[in-house]
Design a protein around this ligand. Structure first.
Ligand code: TXA
Ligand code: MG
Length: 322
């Protein structure tokens, strides 16, 4: 990847200083978080934010998450802090929980796609936090993939998808969680999950006093992002339960509860955590190997299984109904 050397930055003091300079000048920097890589820009600069939409080919009606490194930065972005917010940020930040809150006038229109709410999270990754602090502003950042493909979990995935359009890429290795943050809408009461992630409904119940429901449909008031095609590799993704199906020579398979039969791509994950961490890399590998159909064992629906089920259904091109 010799052409990448100009845009790949090491996640050290020199790389971070350069990345912060680019952000402050209105440019783009892809950076690691604990979930997936984000494509960041100055979240208070509408022109910089517009560059994110252009680089990703992202529909303008899909709002972005603002990434902060302190609770103080959060207060400046919201018009009103719902009662539950303090307990949730105390318990889950930094971490894979995005809160949707009433927006303040400081937030540029294109960040929220014209909505009256803004999505904010504090990522649990030293490189992401250091970049936000060095840039000294919240970073608007969607996943750093081309719109419609699986989210990137390594710097190489970002480069493969966006190349020079990423601006610069801070290389922080592979992401730990592997699927995007839980999005919780706190602008309504009771709160609702708009996208399941590693902070599960069961975990949120311990702070909220109730298990928030998951609204999977944009028309029912879910995230605008739910209207769009998402997370799809080129191969056909086919979920299965029980025994592995009969495989053809071009098929691949991922199992969880049983050994994986031989196939063009054959692997077994040992836990829901490992499944989530590797899912998008597996999709990308299947495409590299020209896998025609990738059979994936359905995870149980509890815990991280809800997030996995959501991403697998979307990758399979099915409507998500719960
Ligand atoms: O883990 C993550 O959340 C990653 C990392 C980079 O932080 N980011 C990420 O961003 O997944 P993105 O843009 O790919 O997904 C953001 C989701 C979309 O489904 C979007 O529609 C939803 O959050 N969203 C953003 N702002 C919203 C708002 N004001 N109301 C409802 N949904 C919102
Ligand atoms: Mg995304």
């Amino acid at each position: 990847m010799t052409e990448a050397t100009g845009i790949l930055l090491p996640a050290d003091a020199v790389g971070l200083a350069r990345a912060a300079e680019i952000i402050r000048a209105g440019g783009l920097v892809a950076f690691p978080t604990e979930t997936v890589y984000g494509l960041g820009a100055d979240g208070l600069n509408g022109e910089a934010v517009a560059r994110i939409f252009a680089a990703k080919g992202r529909p303008a009606d899909n709002p972005l998450i603002l990434h902060v490194a302190s609770d103080g930065e959060l207060s400046a972005l919201v018009a009103r802090m719902p009662e539950e917010a303090a307990a949730l940020t105390a318990r889950f930040w930094p971490g894979p929980l995005t809160l949707v809150l009433p927006r303040s006038a400081r937030v540029p229109e294109n960040v929220t796609a014209g909505l009256e709410t803004v999505a904010v999270r504090m990522p649990d990754h030293p490189v992401a936090l250091a970049l936000i602090r060095a840039a000294d502003r919240p970073l608007a950042a969607p996943s750093a993939n081309r719109s419609g493909s699986p989210s990137p979990t390594t710097a190489a995935h970002v480069f493969a998808d966006l190349g020079e359009a990423a601006g610069a890429i801070l290389d922080g290795g592979a992401c730990r969680v592997g699927v995007e943050s839980t999005v919780l809408d706190l602008s309504v009461s009771p709160a609702r999950i708009l996208r399941p992630g590693a902070v599960t409904s069961e975990m949120l119940a311990e702070s909220l006093g109730y298990a928030p429901a998951w609204i999977a449909d944009a028309r029912a008031g879910g995230s605008p992002g739910l209207r769009h095609r998402h997370y799809q590799p080129r191969c056909a993704v086919v979920p299965f339960t029980g025994f592995p199906p009969e495989l053809g020579p071009e098929d691949g398979i991922v199992t969880l509860s049983q050994p994986a039969p031989a196939a063009r791509l054959s692997l077994r994950v040992r836990s829901l955590e490992e499944y989530a961490q590797r899912l998008y890399a597996i999709f990308r590998r299947a495409d590299q190997l020209h896998v025609a159909r990738l059979f994936v064992e359905r995870p149980p629906l509890h815990g991280l299984g809800a997030a996995l089920t959501d991403r697998i259904r979307r990758a399979a091109g099915r409507p998500v109904d719960g």
